[in-house]
Design a protein around this ligand. Structure first.
Ligand SMILES: Cc1ncc(COP(=O)(O)O)c(C=O)c1O
Length: 370
């Protein structure tokens, strides 16, 4: 199938594709934002024009995610890797105990970082085969998480971007444990019940906007338990008390996020976006499962809607597959170096037409090479 889209389809895991209309709007406002004679990048974050942008972005997060009144929405820097340190620095003050679930590469990084700051316990992991499922192909069922009484929180990753594993339903919904979730690659991809969490964090470069911004949602009662050494720039309390402007926020990334949130509203909000995401990933998984030329190794109960890793049965064809895809206008399909193979990331802006084009290309490639 020929790509009718004037731009190629981009399956990057992040920084990822942005909606074309968002890029066009930003381009049209680049040199002279609302008659100010300045681009958003060139204006004070304390001036009215930027404060209006900030309030719009802040309100959009609250509305789209239905953030309850007893939570703060913070905009920080440092990304999700930064949060792997910023979370323990903010939550492990007097109480140094935290539990971590390991389910892939990002949660492994998180537990290693946290171990520098506290008494960290491995609550569950998918590193060994379990119940007939190979290591790394399933998510540890929450009934088996070994949570310690008195731990400050339990941390897990909602969508393992590299491995392609996603919690399709929330683990531990009824548990009193304070849940801290790395939602870097699936926040804003579906409706979510924020009231179930203590802290939710996501860097922007998947479903929110350009890199450089981290959205952090924190329950009010968790704002004041920071370690004395927590850097001021990363203090949840200081950020909350200063409209996330204790230091200069990533202004252009915030502006772009606001445009992306407007675009999400045009798609029917998170319910509309979720329906699109379900349809896109279902189409690709069906195509993979229908073929013996391609395979996806992840257990059906936790296949990510956002990141679909797949392998060619004959891996010597990988380079030819990627070169053909590039020529067909299907970009950035190479799997992460740690797992190999291919990966199609299907974040919100990837249209269904992009997945249809990918499936058509995969079927053509199979016909010529099988
Ligand atoms: C699930 C997850 N966590 C953490 C990170 C790290 O994010 P950052 O590079 O913004 O620090 C990523 C990046 O891809 C991710 O996908």
């Amino acid at each position: 199938m020929q790509n009718q889209n004037p731009r190629p389809f981009n399956f990057s895991p992040g920084p990822a594709a942005l909606p074309q209309s968002v890029l066009e709007r930003a381009a049209s406002e680049m040199l002279n934002y609302q008659g100010s004679g300045m681009s958003v990048m060139e204006m004070s974050h304390r001036g009215k024009l930027f404060m209006d942008i900030y309030h719009h972005v802040h309100q959009s997060v609250r509305e789209l995610l239905k953030v309850p009144a007893n939570y703060k929405v913070l905009f920080l820097q440092g990304g999700s890797i930064g949060e792997t340190a910023i979370v323990p620095l903010n939550l492990l003050g007097k109480n140094t105990k935290a539990d971590y679930v390991v389910s892939g590469i990002w949660s492994t990084k998180a537990i290693k970082e946290a171990a520098k700051y506290g008494d960290i316990h491995l609550a569950a992991s998918n590193e060994a085969a379990w119940n007939g499922k190979a290591a790394g192909t399933y998510l540890p069922p929450s009934e088996q998480w070994q949570l310690r009484d008195g731990a400050a929180y339990v941390h897990y990753c909602d969508n393992e971007t590299i491995n392609g594993l996603e919690f399709l339903t929330m683990p531990l919904p009824a548990s009193k444990a304070v849940k801290v979730v790395d939602a870097c690659s699936n926040l804003f991809s579906r409706p979510v019940d924020i009231s179930q969490y203590g802290v939710v964090y996501a860097s922007a470069q998947k479903n929110i906007g350009p890199a450089g911004l981290t959205v952090v949602i924190v329950r009010d009662d968790l704002l004041d338990q920071a370690h004395a050494h927590c850097p001021s720039a990363f203090s949840y309390r200081l950020a909350a008390d200063n409209d996330s402007m204790y230091n200069t926020p990533p202004t252009f990334a915030l502006y772009m996020a606001g445009l992306v949130f407007d675009w999400i509203r045009e798609q029917g909000g998170l319910a509309g976006i979720a329906a699109q995401n379900d349809a896109k990933s279902a189409l690709l998984y069906q195509a993979i499962d229908a073929s013996s030329f391609y395979s996806n190794r992840i257990d059906a109960s936790c296949r990510s809607r956002m990141n679909v890793p797949f392998y060619l049965a004959d891996e010597s064809l990988n380079d030819a597959f990627l070169a053909g895809a590039q020529a067909a206008g299907l970009l950035q399909l190479k799997g992460h170096k740690s797992v190999g193979g291919m990966r199609a990331s299907l974040y919100n802006p990837t249209p269904l037409a992009g997945v249809q084009a990918l499936v058509a290309y995969m079927q053509d490639f199979e016909k010529t090479k099988a």
